[in-house]
Ligand binder design. Structure first.
Ligand SMILES: CC(C)(COP(=O)(O)OP(=O)(O)OC[C@H]1O[C@@H](n2cnc3c(N)ncnc32)[C@H](O)[C@@H]1OP(=O)(O)O)[C@@H](O)C(=O)NCCC(=O)NCCS
Length: 228
């Protein structure tokens, strides 16, 4: 299981390597699961910048490291986007800044509030010395991943199958470890990652701009797994 080119069946779902034809589905899933598996449009209403920031590198620069979940009717309903060398991936905040300059998203109604709130948070967090990097470059865990399934794909073992495909790929290439970033408040995802062998690492810094539905700040949580 997990070798490039193989299809893994999980009930009536199939897990297979990403193909170029899946790009639009991946970008759609990225947007509609952007807030801990739910739509994020109530605080970031711009699918293009969100998908560019969180799926663009993987689909466009390292497509051989991703896998998708396909339903019986052929629809793509989940993905794992992988990167073997995190120094090569695009930092999401840089992609967002590019959209600020090229598309003016700092002045668009669906994104302006988030961007200016982020700027305020960054200043406040710097003063309070709690600003932390969202990306990790540690030779122990050079690889990383993003995983998101549409609601209809969840709880059926497809996430575990995606993860096994990815971790088997990394082991086959002697990559020593893998990390991921999630939210400390995403308890279901953390339970899933722990069941897949990841452990929490680092602090839980507040994420600039992001808020819960009741207006509270949310916190980053890095997790890692040794593969050697
Ligand atoms: C998190 C996610 C990838 C898990 O994939 P999944 O296919 O639903 O998970 P699986 O069915 O393969 O579950 C594997 C194991 O993970 C754990 N797990 C999965 N979902 C869980 C949940 N909601 N609560 C607690 N544990 C959970 C269980 O140990 C489970 O094993 P079990 O079924 O034998 O109990 C998927 O639910 C998802 O995409 N959620 C929304 C998006 C998201 O939060 N992504 C992560 C952002 S960083």
């Amino acid at each position: 299981m997990g070798e490039q080119g193989k299809i893994v069946h999980v009930g009536d779902l199939a897990v297979r390597p990403y193909e170029a034809k899946d790009r639009a589905s991946v970008r759609y899933i990225c947007y509609v699961t952007g807030y801990m598996g739910e739509p994020i449009d109530w605080q970031w209403r711009d699918a293009k910048s969100l998908a560019d920031a969180f799926s663009g590198y993987y689909t466009d620069r390292e497509p051989e490291s991703s896998f998708v979940v396909e339903a019986k009717d052929g629809e793509v309903i989940g993905y794992l986007l992988g990167c073997k060398d995190s120094t090569r991936a695009w930092a999401p905040e840089r992609v967002v800044i590019r959209h600020v300059f090229t598309r003016g998203i700092a002045f668009m109604p669906g994104t302006a509030g988030f961007i200016w709130r982020s700027a305020r948070d960054i200043v406040a967090d710097s003063v309070m010395r709690r600003l932390d990097h969202s990306t990790l470059f540690d030779p122990r865990w050079p690889a990383h991943l993003h995983i998101d399934l549409l609601p209809e794909a969840r709880g059926k073992g497809a996430g575990a199958a995606l993860m096994r495909c990815w971790l088997d790929t990394l082991r086959a290439e002697n990559i020593p470890g893998c990390h991921l970033g999630t939210l400390a408040e995403n308890h279901a995802a953390i339970a899933f990652f722990e069941s897949m062998g990841f452990r929490k690492i680092g602090k839980q810094p507040p994420v600039p701009g992001l808020r819960s539905r009741d207006g509270k700040r949310l916190h980053g949580q890095l997790m890692a797994q040794d593969l050697a």
